[in-house]
Every structure is written in C-alpha cells, then in structure tokens.
Design a binder for this molecule. Structure first.
Ligand code: HEC
Ligand code: HEC
Ligand code: HEC
Ligand code: HEC
Ligand code: HEC
Ligand code: HEC
Ligand code: HEC
Ligand code: HEC
Length: 423
C-alpha cells in the first residue's frame, strides 16, 4: 500500500515536471504568437498535437525566440513528422505522391517556365509539391528565395490543425485533382459514388449507406501508398497483344518522346523509369488492378467490377486509335517539310512534353489538347463512373479534334504549295 503510493507520487511528479516543461517551452512561442499570428495559434490549439503537447518548437526548433530572428525558425520537412509517425512516412515514401516533384522536374518544359509557377508553387509546383525533396532540391529552393513548401504531409492534413478527418474527406484531394487534364474531383463529385457520399454527409441517406470516397479506393485501409494500374499517361509495357492497339501505343510513346521516330528508346525512357510514369511489366500492372478489384468487391460483385474496369481499358484502346491517327497526320507534315522542326525539339516529330511553349505550331496545340485534355477525360471519366465526362468532354471532342487536325493539315499543305507556285 505504502510502496504503491510512493510510486504513485513519483509518477505524478514526473508527469507534472513533463507538463510544466512542455508548457514552459510552449509558452514562449505561443504567448508571443498569440499576438503575432493569433488565428494560426487557434488552429494549432484545435489540433491533436496541441492536445498531446506537441508544440511549435517540436516542429520549428527553438533557435528563434524573439521578433528579430524569425529567419532562424526551421521549416519542418516530412522527416520531422516521421520522428513520431514513421508508418505513415514509410507508406508515403513508397507511393506515387512521393514522385510528384521528381515528375515535374523531369520535364523539359519545367525549366523554361517562370520560377514563381514552379519552385514558387503558383502553378505546376503548387500541386507537384508532393514528394520528399533531396538536400540538393531544398537548396535550389532556398537559393531562389523560396523557404517554404518543404512538407508534403500538410497537403492533406493542412497546417496547423493537422487533422485526420480533413484528410479523409474527398475535398482534401480537390485542389490538385481537378481541372484541365485530371478532373477527378469534378468527375467523382457528379458520379453516383460522389452523389451518394454527399447525400450521406447531408443526412439524406443512412450513416452506413455504401458510398466510396477517393480515399476508400485509392488509400484503402488508411494506407499512404497510392498507385493505380494505368496511371496518368495511360501507356504501359509490354505493349497490348492487339496489333493495332500496340501500334497506336507505340505512336503515342513516340509523341511523348520516349521512343524516337524510328521506334528506338530515347533518354526519356530513363525519366519514365525514375518517375514511375508507367507500369513497365505485366505483373506490376496486374498487382494494382487486382487491388482495385478487391476494393470494388466490398460493394459490387467481382464480375461487375471487372466488367466495369475493362470498359475503361477498352476506351483507352479506342481513344488511342483516334489519337494515333491524329499524331500520324501531324508527323507526316514534318516528313514532307510542311512543318519545320522547332528549335527546342529533338526530332522533327510532335512532342507532347513541350506543352504550350512558344515556337510550336497551332496544329500541334490542337494535337496536344486532344491528348492532354480530351483523351484523359475519355478514360478517366469511365474509371470514375461519369458518363458526361467520358462522352461530352472526352470522346466527342476527340473526334472533333481529329477532324480539325485533318482539315488544318490540308490547309497547311495548300498554303506551302501556293507559296511554291508564287516563287
Ligand atoms: C517575442 C515574440 C516571438 C517569440 C517568443 C517567438 N516568435 Fe516566432 N515570430 C515572431 C515574429 C514577429 C515573426 C515574424 C512574423 C512575420 O513575418 O510577420 C515570427 C515568425 C515565426 C515563424 C515564421 C518564419 C517565417 O520564415 O515565415 C515561425 C515558424 C515561428 N515564428 C515559430 C516560432 C517558434 C517555434 C517559437 C518558439 C521557439 C517562436 N516562434 C517564438 C515572434 C515571436
Ligand atoms: C506538427 C508540426 C508543426 C507544429 C506543431 C507547428 N507547426 Fe508551424 N508549420 C509546420 C509546417 C509543416 C509548416 C509549413 C512548412 C513549409 O511550408 O515548408 C509550418 C509553417 C509555419 C509558419 C509559416 C507559414 C505561414 O503560414 O505563415 C509559421 C508562422 C508557423 N508555422 C508558426 C507556428 C507556430 C506559432 C506554432 C505553434 C503555435 C507552430 N507553427 C506549430 C508545422 C508545424
Ligand atoms: C513530437 C511528436 C510529433 C511530431 C513531430 C508530429 N506529430 Fe503528429 N501527432 C503526434 C501525436 C502524439 C498525435 C496524437 C496521437 C496520435 O494520433 O498518434 C499526433 C496526431 C497526428 C495526426 C492525427 C490527427 C487526428 O485528427 O487524429 C496527424 C494527421 C498528424 N499527427 C500529422 C503530423 C504531421 C503532418 C507532422 C509533421 C508536420 C506531425 N504530425 C508531427 C505527435 C507528433
Ligand atoms: C492543379 C494541380 C496541378 C498542376 C497545376 C499541374 N499538375 Fe501535373 N499532375 C497533377 C496531378 C494530380 C497529376 C496526376 C494525375 C493523374 O494521375 O490523373 C499530375 C501528373 C503529372 C505528370 C505525370 C506523373 C505520372 O506519374 O504519370 C507530370 C509529368 C506532370 N503532372 C507535370 C506537370 C507540369 C510540367 C505542370 C505545369 C506545366 C503540371 N504538371 C501542372 C497536378 C497538377
Ligand atoms: C494524399 C493525402 C495524404 C497525405 C499527403 C498524407 N496523409 Fe496522412 N492521412 C491521410 C488519410 C486519408 C488518413 C486517414 C486514414 C484512415 O482513414 O485511417 C490519414 C491519416 C494520418 C494519420 C492518423 C493515423 C491514425 O490512424 O490515426 C497520421 C498520423 C498521418 N496521416 C500522418 C501523415 C504524414 C506524416 C504524412 C506525410 C509523410 C501524411 N500523413 C500525408 C491522407 C494523407
Ligand atoms: C469507386 C472507386 C474510385 C473512386 C471513389 C475514385 N477513384 Fe480514382 N480511380 C479509380 C479507378 C478504378 C481508376 C483507374 C485504375 C486503373 O488504372 O486501372 C482510377 C484512377 C485514378 C487516377 C489516375 C488517372 C485516372 O483518372 O485514371 C487518379 C489520379 C485518381 N483516380 C484520383 C481520384 C480522386 C482524386 C478521386 C476523388 C475525387 C477518385 N480518384 C475517386 C477508382 C476510384
Ligand atoms: C497537393 C496536391 C495533391 C493533393 C492534395 C492530392 N494529390 Fe494525388 N497526386 C498529386 C500529384 C502531383 C500526382 C502525380 C504524382 C506523380 O505520379 O508523379 C498525384 C497522383 C495521384 C494518384 C495517381 C497515382 C498513379 O498511379 O498514377 C492518385 C490515385 C492520387 N493522386 C490520389 C489522391 C487522393 C485520393 C488524394 C486526396 C486524399 C490526393 N491524391 C491528394 C497531387 C495531389
Ligand atoms: C463503398 C461501396 C462501393 C465501392 C467500393 C464501389 N462502389 Fe460502385 N457503386 C456503389 C453504389 C452504392 C452504387 C449505386 C448503385 C448502382 O448503381 O449499382 C454504385 C454504382 C456504380 C456504378 C454505376 C454508376 C451509374 O452511373 O449508374 C459503376 C459503374 C460502379 N459503381 C463501378 C464501381 C467500380 C469499378 C468500383 C471499384 C473501382 C466501385 N464501383 C466501387 C458503391 C460502391
């Protein structure tokens, strides 16, 4: 009994010391910041961190202690989160999100665009901030005067609430998965799945009604590793068995500059490998497909799920037919010298990875949009159960693009011919 109370008192004393120590540590930062950044402090106070005495200095260090040396405050990268959340960090490190920054920097176009939009995070870099940066990458940011944006975890668990509930909501994905070339948010929101989720949230449907979120399908069972079978570019190796489809995917790989116009691999194949931009073996692709089927199976029959996903594969194949035809029309213009090779191109062949850069021809812009906007929407819409996106914003404009490209090619040829006869 006596022994017990001694232990009890000791425990209390230790707890008290720990509490006062962390309270004292907290006080200096929190007290001053209550005046400097009052609502930021409130945000932190609403967090599990505040409840668990994880305070400002745990993440920002304690070198900065007054108004004059704010530059000494450290901006916490993911490694600091990993000190207490190792599992999530390790899962994240294995996923595709961890390659966002690498993928961005692998493109030739990135280094020719304004810094503000890249490292500054106001354009491409705003979404591609995802990914643990190397020391060299961090230094590059700092040298350009950008001291923030060193943390990927707070893209879904926004600072300083760092909430789990927030990250579980599909809205946490909206900022990046929307718009021009990957409108998953818009497609999901107006799909049967998304509608049901919203009605459930509003209380129109029972609390336990089946309605998958983005997270349910893409970060199942709380994992932080994300990857799908096809991925963004929707090309894969080995090429499909169907001969025509294989030829069409080859044409697309040429326009991505992964293969040269003769079909030989270029240095960009290494970029694809480094950024995991495509699944390069049948096994790799199958693993991800099977994971997805397993998820669908929680609500649908296996046969239903497979049939629905195969419709997506088939639409990639059909979209690729139109796409390859369009690429070949433009490639032929280079062949017969109607179009001249832009200076920044490696080959006299369309190059999708140069985006909207100046120097390209108008017909290539139409071709680029056909690939980047309309082909994407065609298959992404099927995979996200959104009929409107797959047809009116995807397939239909693709057919129109092809017509336009053929018409423009004809006009261009006539123009050059006229010029020749004039001479
Ligand atoms: C005496 C007041 C005071 C104290 C104490 C204080 N800060 Fe600050 N802190 C400031 C001021 C002022 C700024 C600059 C705000 C601005 O740029 O408007 C600042 C800025 C910061 C920044 C942002 C730096 C940047 O580059 O944007 C961080 C992070 C920060 N403080 C964390 C802390 C931490 C952690 C502690 C405790 C170890 C702390 N502060 C203690 C006043 C204080
Ligand atoms: C769990 C870790 C964590 C804790 C605790 C934390 N911060 Fe931060 N803070 C971050 C992260 C992450 C960033 C963004 C870093 C980046 O963008 O590179 C950040 C950025 C900041 C910034 C600069 C950006 C801005 O929005 O102005 C300030 C100021 C800041 N924190 C102050 C504080 C203060 C004051 C506290 C305590 C009340 C605190 N932080 C507690 C993780 C934390
Ligand atoms: C010093 C340890 C420590 C550090 C550093 C830390 N955390 Fe935490 N974190 C905790 C504790 C303790 C909890 C509450 C208990 C739990 O859920 O594990 C927590 C909870 C969380 C939660 C769950 C919140 C909820 O609503 O349930 C998230 C998300 C989170 N932290 C993210 C981060 C991120 C992101 C960073 C880095 C910017 C970070 N943490 C840094 C200790 C830490
Ligand atoms: C609104 C946010 C956002 C902006 C802005 C943005 N991206 Fe992306 N990017 C994404 C998302 C999200 C994906 C993944 C889409 C998918 O898989 O459907 C992606 C995919 C990519 C990929 C393919 C990655 C892979 O593994 O397949 C590359 C490369 C890329 N983006 C480069 C860029 C470049 C270069 C820019 C600017 C010219 C840019 N992005 C602008 C969000 C964005
Ligand atoms: C793409 C969005 C996203 C990113 C980025 C992200 N998380 Fe999460 N995180 C989630 C989701 C969703 C959950 C909820 C999982 C669940 O339902 O159990 C979660 C949950 C957590 C939890 C709470 C775990 C629990 O079971 O209580 C912690 C801690 C956490 N994340 C830390 C991190 C850290 C550290 C990073 C950066 C390495 C990170 N997260 C990056 C989406 C994200
Ligand atoms: C019912 C499950 C489900 C939901 C909900 C869902 N997705 Fe998907 N998603 C898929 C499937 C299936 C694929 C295609 C997988 C493949 O390549 O085989 C996919 C593919 C993707 C891709 C890769 C490019 C593409 O579109 O094919 C991204 C990025 C993506 N989803 C993000 C999201 C986001 C963000 C949300 C929420 C706004 C979301 N998804 C909601 C099932 C889902
Ligand atoms: C800050 C921007 C951002 C947020 C927020 C974000 N993502 Fe992403 N996501 C990206 C980028 C960038 C990529 C492409 C990265 C790459 O592959 O290089 C991507 C890729 C993906 C992919 C494609 C993986 C593949 O195999 O091609 C899926 C699936 C995905 N994200 C799901 C989600 C989900 C679910 C959420 C919300 C919980 C989410 N993302 C939140 C930026 C974001
Ligand atoms: C959490 C449960 C759940 C999961 C997981 C789920 N679904 Fe559904 N899905 C539903 C419900 C409920 C409906 C509405 C009833 C219906 O139309 O079958 C639905 C409807 C659909 C529809 C019909 C859309 C329409 O416009 O009528 C398709 C297609 C579909 N799901 C495909 C999939 C695929 C493919 C997966 C896996 C990638 C999947 N679902 C995962 C619950 C789910």
């Amino acid at each position: 009994m006596k022994k017990c109370s001694v232990v009890f008192a000791a425990v209390i004393a230790v707890l008290f010391m720990a509490a006062t120590a962390s309270f004292a540590k907290e006080e200096v930062c929190v007290k001053c910041h209550r005046a400097v950044t009052p609502l930021l402090v409130k945000d932190w106070q609403a967090s599990m961190h505040s409840e668990n005495e994880v305070s400002c200095s745990n993440c920002h260090g304690s070198d900065h202690k007054n108004k004059k040396n704010a530059n000494l405050a450290k901006m916490p990268d993911e490694a600091i989160c990993a000190e207490c959340h190792e599992d999530q960090f390790n899962q994240f490190a294995k996923g595709k999100h961890n390659l966002g920054w690498t993928a961005l920097n692998a493109l030739p176009v990135t280094h020719l665009e304004p810094d503000e939009l890249m490292e500054g995070g106001k354009g491409c870099g705003g979404c591609h901030n995802m990914g643990i940066k190397s020391e060299a990458q961090k230094k590059e940011l700092q040298d350009k005067g950008y001291t923030y944006r060193t943390n990927s975890c707070d893209e879904c668990h926004t600072r300083h609430t760092f909430s789990k509930k927030e990250a579980q909501d599909p809205k946490a994905c909206q900022l990046c998965h929307m718009g021009f070339d990957h409108p998953q948010w818009e497609m999901y929101e107006s799909s049967k799945h998304g509608e049901r989720y919203q009605m459930k949230e509003m209380g129109r449907l029972p609390k336990d009604a089946a309605a998958p979120t983005c997270q349910f399908c893409h970060l199942p069972s709380g994992t932080h590793t994300n990857k799908v079978a096809w991925g963004f570019l929707a090309v894969k190796l080995p090429l499909p068995e169907d001969k025509q489809w294989a030829a069409d995917q080859t044409t697309i790989l040429k326009a991505l500059g992964v293969l040269d116009p003769d079909g030989k691999p270029t240095a960009r194949l290494d970029v694809v490998k480094a950024g995991d931009l495509a699944r390069l073996t049948a096994e790799e692709w199958n693993v991800e497909r099977e994971k997805m089927v397993k998820t669908c199976k929680k609500c649908h029959s296996e046969r239903y799920a497979r049939t629905e996903l195969e419709k997506g594969d088939q639409m990639i194949k059909k979209a690729d037919r139109l796409m390859a035809e369009a690429i070949n029309v433009v490639a032929d213009l280079y062949k017969d010298n109607t179009l001249k090779k832009p200076e920044h191109y490696a080959y006299a062949y369309p190059d999708f990875l140069h985006f909207y850069q100046t120097g390209g021809s108008h017909i290539e812009q139409v071709l680029f949009k056909m690939y980047m906007k309309h082909r994407m929407r065609t298959y992404q819409g099927v995979f996200h159960a959104n009929p409107d996106y797959s047809y009116w914003y995807g397939w239909a404009p693709m057919t129109k693009d092809l017509d336009k490209i053929k018409e423009m090619a004809e006009t261009l040829r006539c123009k050059t011919k006229t010029c020749k006869t004039k001479k």
